[in-house]
Design a protein around this ligand. Structure first.
Ligand code: GDP
Length: 188
């Protein structure tokens, strides 16, 4: 058996309820759009995505945006080194909730551990109310290097969002290397 080196990373999908977090992951995994059931607590998926330094096997934890599940979140967030922060470009309050999520995750994710963040402006197939100016200010305030508008519905830029997060994690050395004998690989 060939013992290949694999890179792995745990990433969180966070943002306001209804921003399209579950649809985004569904679109990545199944390359299509369907009406998804609301997330109860957390959803889990695995996918190999491709950063600029090569493939990364992502374990993707899609967090429920509902406040009643927040007590579960610290446990699920442990060890994550990447975050896709999803905002709904058709809702102006979406950025405020995203900011609260980021502070929430930062407050209990291993204090010394840095993590990479990509801001995903979902529902790009609909007319946007979030201005570029507000998005730029938000990214500057939270030190977010990358904003990508996407649509879980049309599939536009969905793969780009995840691949960009892989690149950002690779640049910051936030992916782990392991051997294939320790890890079951998911389909690309
Ligand atoms: P979550 O609560 O953040 O996980 O959001 P969901 O994935 O459950 O999506 C909330 C609603 O937005 C659902 O009715 C989806 O069909 C819809 N939705 C999600 N992504 C898109 C998108 O890219 N475009 C449009 N038009 N609707 C979307």
């Amino acid at each position: 058996m060939v013992n290949e080196r694999l890179t792995i990373a745990k990433v969180l999908i966070a943002g306001a309820p209804g921003a399209g977090k579950t649809s985004l992951v569904h679109s990545l995994i199944f390359e299509g759009f369907t009406e998804v059931a609301p997330t109860i607590g957390v959803n889990f998926a695995q996918k190999v995505c491709r950063g600029e330094a090569g493939p990364v096997n992502l374990s993707i934890w899609d967090l429920s945006g509902q406040p009643r599940f927040q007590c579960l979140m610290p446990r699920f967030c442990q060890g994550a080194t990447g975050v896709i922060l999803v905002v709904d470009v058709t809702k102006s309050r979406s950025l405020d909730t995203a900011g609260q999520w980021l502070e929430f995750i930062s407050s209990f994710n291993n204090v010394q551990q840095e993590f990479a963040v990509v801001l995903a402006g979902n529902k790009g197939d609909l007319p946007a109310v979030l201005s570029q100016k507000r998005i730029q200010l938000f990214c500057a305030r939270h030190n977010i290097m990358e904003y990508i508008q996407c649509s879980a519905k049309t599939g536009a830029n969905v793969r780009v969002v995840f691949d960009s997060l892989c690149s950002a994690m690779q640049r910051k050395h936030l992916v782990l290397t392991t051997s294939s004998s320790n890890f079951a690989q998911s389909p690309t």
